[in-house]
Structure formats: structure tokens, C-alpha cells
Design a protein around this ligand. Structure first.
Ligand code: AP5
Ligand code: MG
Length: 213
């Protein structure tokens, strides 16, 4: 099963992708998580990506596409994957379609988690991310058992650098300009499924399971 998660920053792509991983035993490939791991490890890619991410801008397509195509060639992707945060632009989507087509392959589902802009800033300011494993929580909607400590790995929780309200606003603008057109793109491919992302996390997931079967 090859799935793409679509949706605004903070719509819950990562949250739902993690639940898909558990139930369907396929890997989550999050370009945001890959970049954050590179930043943490001080790699060249991380240094380049950080300058864009801190401003809420997109990392250039050429730094993203090969990275993902290489990742999809790994053994653990043989039975499918859930892409979270990629593709983000029409050129990225076209590059993915072409890379898959070259192997006689294609995506099965593009799941758009719909949340209006007015709900997003509130979600982001309450989000906490684990510095160690990237686990994501919310101080109100999905709190950890011990405040400030990741339930999964015991790592420290932080507010992401790009979750400040002014940066979130810019990420939303970038989303509407560059990423939202992917909804039409995947609708055109006949694989678009829309779910209401304003519901409880468990209800959003139940709707996704109805789609995936
Ligand atoms: P990325 O890490 O992908 O960030 P994003 O798309 O902005 O999305 P988020 O991770 O912020 O939100 P999410 O939808 O995963 O929501 P979450 O589940 O955490 O990218 C970051 C940056 O990296 C980009 O700005 C760009 O610079 C760069 N980048 C990455 N990929 C790129 C690419 N392909 N090309 C170019 N640049 C790229 O949920 C949010 C919060 O809400 C959490 O606290 C969660 O607990 C809570 N929550 C989730 N669901 C619910 C619910 N149903 N009800 C209540 N609360 C909820
Ligand atoms: Mg995410």
C-alpha cells in the first residue's frame, strides 16, 4: 500500500501516519523528520535545510526529490509506505510519479487531512516534539504521561523552531500557494480521499481506515 498524506502544516499528517504505521506495518517517510534528524546531526544537508525551514519556506526541490527516491528503494518499502510531507510541490509530485512509473509502479491513495487555517495556529503552539525520536504530542489534545518527557523513548520534548505563530502563518501561505494544488493533481489521478481533520485523532484515523480497508 503506497500512501501520500496531504494537508496543511499541523493538520495531523504525522500523527495519522504514525497510526497507519502501527496498523498496516509499513514505514513512515517524513521529509520534515529526515531534515530535522540531519539538522540535529549537523550534516551538510541539515545546514542547508535549516536556513529554509526556520523561515517557514520550502527546501528546494532538488534537495528533496533524490533523497526520497533513494529512500523508497530500501527493502522496508517493498510492501508500501506512507509519505508524510512529500510531495510538497507539483514538480516533486511529477518527479515521484515518474520515478514510480519507471518501475511500473504507482501510488494507491492520497489522503487529504482537511483542517481550516483558523484551527492551525492553536494546534501548533501546543505541539511538543521529541528531540530524540521525533514523536509528536499536544499539551491539551495528546499530552504525555510525564510533562516534557516523550512516552515512547524518554527523550526531552521541545517546541519546534518553526512553530512560532509568525512562522506558522508563513508556512500556511506557502502551503496554499505551493502544496494545495496537489489536491487537484491527485484528484486527476483518481486516488484522492478527503477526511475531516478537525475531528478527534481517533475519529480521523477511523475515517482513514475506512478508506484503506
Ligand atoms: P514538516 O515537518 O513536514 O511540517 P508540516 O507540513 O508543516 O507539517 P507538520 O509536521 O507541522 O504538521 P502535521 O500535519 O504533521 O501535524 P502533526 O501530526 O504534527 O516540514 C517542516 C519543514 O521542512 C517545511 O516547512 C519545509 O521547510 C521543510 N520540508 C519538509 N518536507 C519538504 C518537502 N517535501 N519539500 C520542501 N521542503 C520540505 O499535528 C500537529 C499538532 O496537532 C500536534 O501537536 C498534534 O498532537 C495535534 N493534533 C493532530 N491531530 C489532531 C486532532 N485530530 N485534534 C487535535 N489535535 C491534533
Ligand atoms: Mg509532521
Amino acid at each position: 500500500m503506497k500512501i501520500v498524506m496531504l494537508g496543511a502544516p499541523g493538520a495531523g499528517k504525522g500523527t495519522q501516519a504514525k497510526m497507519i504505521v502501527e496498523k498496516y506495518q509499513i514505514p513512515q517517510i517524513s521529509t520534515g523528520d529526515i531534515f530535522r534528524a540531519n539538522i540535529k546531526n549537523g550534516t551538510e544537508l541539515g545546514k542547508k535545510a535549516k536556513t529554509y525551514m526556520d523561515q517557514g519556506a520550502l527546501v528546494p526541490d532538488e534537495l528533496v526529490v533524490d533523497l526520497v527516491v533513494d529512500r523508497l528503494a530500501k527493502d522496508d518499502c517493498a510492501n508500501g509506505y506512507v509519505l508524510d510531507g512529500f510531495p510538497r510541490t507539483i514538480p516533486q509530485a511529477e518527479a515521484l510519479t515518474a520515478a514510480l512509473a519507471a518501475q511500473g509502479d504507482k501510488l494507491d491513495y492520497a489522503i487529504d487531512v482537511e483542517v481550516p487555517d483558523e484551527n492551525i495556529v492553536n494546534r501548533m503552539s501546543g505541539r511538543r516534539a521529541c528531540v530524540n525520536c521525533g514523536g509528536t504530542y499536544h499539551i491539551v489534545y495528546n499530552p504525555t504521561k510525564v510533562e516534557g518527557i516523550c512516552d515512547a523513548c524518554g527523550g526531552k520534548l521541545i517546541l519546534r523552531d518553526d512553530d512560532k505563530p509568525e512562522t506558522v502563518q508563513h508556512r500556511l501561505t506557502v502551503y496554499h500557494e505551493q502544496t494545495q494544488p496537489l489536491i487537484d493533481y491527485y484528484n486527476g489521478q483518481g486516488i484522492l480521499k478527503e477526511v475531516d481533520g478537525t475531528q478527534d485523532m481517533a475519529d480521523v484515523f477511523a475515517d482513514i481506515v475506512k478508506v484503506l480497508g
